[in-house]
Design a protein around this ligand. Structure first.
Ligand code: FAD
Length: 427
């Protein structure tokens, strides 16, 4: 049996401009491509989870492309550490190539697998691919991480160097090993009715002006693609012009929250700002249910929640409004909302979801001050004044079937201010 390299697909489901894959292909050894469905993650998901369908589709495309090169993708399922133990018995693995993953769970998983590989005389080599600047690339002069976005962004831009995206380097180096591609059913799942939209950069000329208006529908829909790496972030940024600064800023927010999660993993379970720990949430389950179902009686909130439930997507402005409403108007712990979004969003990403939820709750690193409470009625007047978005998602809007507001805005605002104030004084 000859020695081989293995490339392990994770959040980088593409063959083009894939850092670690290209490195593996230039390693001189034949390259086996592997994907592992992680049981610990799958067990948490419903059988028609839309993200699993999307991943499966992408893997099938990759497998088809690899078959053109006389190779294929080996798709496995299990606990990653156990799968690697088996692979080590089946193949003579010299090196395993991966693109770095920055989430706490993935870091621990990778550390354990690296140890296993080292013990077996093999090595684990990781590359920066998911981001332009990773955790320690953009630091303050004193070497500590930024916790405020604007200076982080300034430094990020200062350090940015244009890089030409790479194609696929040497396709003759794939291992000529042909495996059957598993069906979704054989992994224990079935096809979801919800699909990921293709991303679209053609309306970026209107981005600056219209990005906050949900009915304009001009944002890029890039988020699930960046989440699963079906396109590289380098390739996107290389296509931008000077006029796309606002859009680039959003991509920098993505990396800002990624480095926050990396340096402050406590945010997964705790407020970034400890001084908010004393806020006593009401956590009323019936109120939460109304919010989840889009039956609060506040049209902008309800339209957003229904868009999320039906499509797995919600416009960013509306995410801010629905999140603010849950935390401030209903005084429900941001972690409940975060968990609901995590279940439903096609683009669910721990760092962005956590960072933005903590922003909305006022507990985050560079968050809106707690006393800035969105008025959902004013937000509707400002961002959907012709009610186009609302009518699209709430068919019974304007009829007696649509509920009355579940809580009065003025009352809720006052209650939130008092609760936060008392909470802050208590810590
Ligand atoms: P565009 O406006 O076209 O933006 C381009 C890209 O920039 C996005 O695809 C995304 O990668 C990045 N981006 C934009 N806004 C943000 C932001 N505020 N924070 C971080 N990255 C950003 N985004 C996720 O990718 N995953 C999440 O789980 C997630 N949860 C969120 C939860 C809340 C409460 C809020 C307020 C925002 C959340 N966002 C999340 C950020 C943002 O809403 C989405 O990235 C955006 O709506 C995706 O649509 P788009 O690709 O059309 O965005």
């Amino acid at each position: 049996m000859s020695e081989i390299s293995v490339f392990w697909f994770r959040r980088d489901l593409r063959l083009q401009d894939n850092k670690a894959l290209n490195k593996a292909l230039s390693s001189k050894l034949k390259v086996l491509c592997v994907f592992i469905f992680d049981n610990d993650i799958l067990n948490e998901l419903p059988e028609d989870d839309a993200r699993v369908s999307f991943i499966h589709d992408r893997l099938r495309s990759i497998d088809k492309e690899l078959k053109i090169f006389g190779s294929s993708l080996l798709v496995l399922k299990g606990k990653p550490i156990d799968v690697w133990k088996t692979l080590l018995q089946q193949y003579k693995i010299k090196q395993v190539y991966v693109n770095k993953d920055y989430e706490p769970y993935a870091r621990k998983r990778d550390k354990d697998i690296e140890k296993l590989l080292l013990e077996a005389g093999s090595s684990f080599i990781s590359f920066k691919d998911q981001v332009i600047h990773e955790e320690n690339d953009v630091l303050k002069a004193d070497g500590t991480p930024y916790t405020v976005f604007t200076p982080y962004k300034r430094k990020w831009l200062e350090l940015y160097k244009s890089v030409q995206p790479e194609g696929l380097s040497d396709s003759s180096n794939f291992l000529g090993d042909v495996h059957d591609f598993p069906t979704l059913e054989s992994i224990g799942f079935k096809r979801s009715l919800i699909e990921v939209r293709a991303y679209d950069l053609s309306k970026l000329n209107e981005y600056q002006e219209k990005r906050d208006f949900p009915d304009a529908d001009i944002t890029s829909y890039l988020s699930p693609h960046l989440r699963f790496g079906t396109i590289s972030v380098r390739q996107i940024i290389e296509q931008l012009g000077e006029k796309d600064e606002t859009f680039l800023s959003e991509l920098i927010w993505r990396e800002f929250f990624m480095q926050i999660l990396y340096h402050f993993p406590k945010v997964v379970t705790n407020n970034f700002k400890q001084k908010y720990d004393g806020v006593v949430w009401l956590n009323n389950k019936e109120d939460f249910k109304k919010w989840c179902e889009g039956k609060t009686g506040y049209p902008m909130v309800d339209a957003g929640m229904r868009q999320l439930n039906e499509t797995g997507y919600m416009h960013n402005r509306v995410r801010m409004i629905t999140a603010g409403f849950l935390c401030k108007h209903l005084l429900i712990d941001w972690k409940w909302g975060e968990a609901y979004f995590a279940k439903k969003l096609l683009d669910y990403d721990l760092s962005a979801n956590n960072g933005n939820w903590q922003w909305a709750a006022g507990t985050g690193c560079d968050a809106a001050p707690y006393f800035r409470i969105f008025n959902p009625i004013e937000q509707l007047k400002k961002f959907d004044k012709n009610l186009e978005y609302v009518k699209q998602w709430i068919p019974e809007f304007g009829t007696s079937d649509y509920p009355l507001p579940m809580v009065e805005h003025k009352f809720a605002r006052k209650r939130a201010l008092e609760t936060y104030k008392v909470g802050l004084e208590g810590v």
